[in-house]
Design a protein around this ligand. Structure first.
Ligand code: FES
Ligand SMILES: [Fe+2]
Length: 346
């Protein structure tokens, strides 16, 4: 992973506040997926609307992806209409040129001098799992999320198709620990009692370990795969990424959901199947099969909830004991720093 922390302008004037569960006006600080890596070849700039803020992403000749606010601080032209030169970006309109930290390094009509008063906001960017990620906040306090057991080890990733949902990402994320709906919507033949625990200030794990019940067709099939207890662990990072780890203890499936809100509070998401990279040709084959199976499981669980996501007005007015993990997630996000992020906030 390339982690760029130097491309950060002065501390943002966005006031940091705590809170922000399901709040379309504020963005929880963290890593947000922005673009597929392959959509940004070397020497290209692309416009990206990320959570209601217009950005330009560009890849310099050094191969590094960089993220800036979209509009030129001279007269407001969109910088994605400009041209990448070396590791800098030149505005199309009057040809001012900016480096990856957002400094204006050349104004042609000033004899090619830099102009220190012209500065565009730069955002830390990183690449992992075939995606370019942007840190919403001043300076990353953590690397791009990984399932805890895959942190620091080589991984293989398989990207699913980007998807949209009709509600805020936090409501989508909380679905993965909503005990009651696993039985009512997904008919999962597993007894659920999810246990939340904080892994760090920005990371919450919710875990369920239970045997598969054999009183249904699905339960009997699952029991063939999982003779012992089935482990289900959901790890939340910031308000934007949830990673499901599923399986018996020897063979885990990891499915990451990277989500970002749209300007009107809906969700743009990207599912990523992950596995530890195994050595050799046989290992590569196992990786591919496991990633394909993980993607299938993800599609199965993503389908059942669409009707809810497109119509819900989330408001947990009458929590019961089975909503304990949902409440823990809401409390967890309530303690995260947030930003005024929408376009125009500086
Ligand atoms: S608007 Fe970009 S250089 Fe003038
Ligand atoms: Fe669901």
């Amino acid at each position: 992973m390339t982690l760029r922390t130097e491309a950060v302008a002065d501390r943002p004037q966005q006031q940091e506040e705590e809170g922000g569960f399901n709040d379309a006006r504020r963005l929880v600080e963290g890593w947000y997926w922005a673009l597929r890596s392959r959509e940004l070849p070397r020497g290209r700039a692309r416009a990206v609307s990320l959570a209601g803020r217009e950005l330009v992403l560009y890849r310099g000749q050094d191969g590094t992806a960089r993220a800036l606010d979209a509009h030129c601080p001279h007269m407001g032209a969109h910088l994605a209409t400009g041209r990448v030169e070396g590791d800098t970006l030149r505005c199309f309109f009057h040809r001012w040129r900016y480096d990856g930290a957002g400094h204006c390094v050349e104004v042609p009509s000033l004899g090619g001098c830099p102009l220190t008063t012209a500065r565009v906001r730069a955002w830390p960017a990183a690449e992992r799992y075939g995606l370019i990620w942007v840190w919403a906040g001043e300076r990353p306090t953590a690397p791009v999320p990984a399932p805890p057991e895959l942190a620091g080890v080589p991984v293989q990733a398989r990207l699913g198709r980007p998807f949209t949902k009709g509600c805020h990402p936090h409501v989508v994320l909380v679905n993965a620990i909503d005990e009651q709906h696993f039985n009512s919507v997904h008919r999962l033949p597993v007894t659920l009692c999810m246990e939340p625990r904080a892994l760090s200030s920005a990371c919450l794990e919710v875990r369920n370990v239970a045997p598969v019940r054999r009183d249904s067709w699905l339960g009997r099939r699952l029991a063939l795969l999982y003779a012992g207890p089935l482990t289900y662990a959901m790890t939340y990072s910031h308000g934007s990424v949830g990673t499901v780890t599923l399986g018996p203890d020897r063979l885990h499936m990891h499915l990451m959901f990277a989500l970002r809100p749209t300007a009107d509070g809906r969700t743009e998401g990207q599912a990523i199947a992950l596995t530890r990279r195994r050595p050799g040709v046989a290992g590569a084959l196992v990786d591919r099969l496991l990633l394909a199976a993980t993607a299938l499981v993800g599609r199965y669980f993503a389908r059942g909830d669409t009707i809810v996501f497109d119509t819900i007005r989330f408001d947990l007015q009458t929590p019961i004991a089975a909503d304990r993990a949902v409440l823990a997630f809401m409390r967890h996000l309530g303690g995260q720093p947030t930003l005024r992020w929408a376009d125009g906030a500086r």
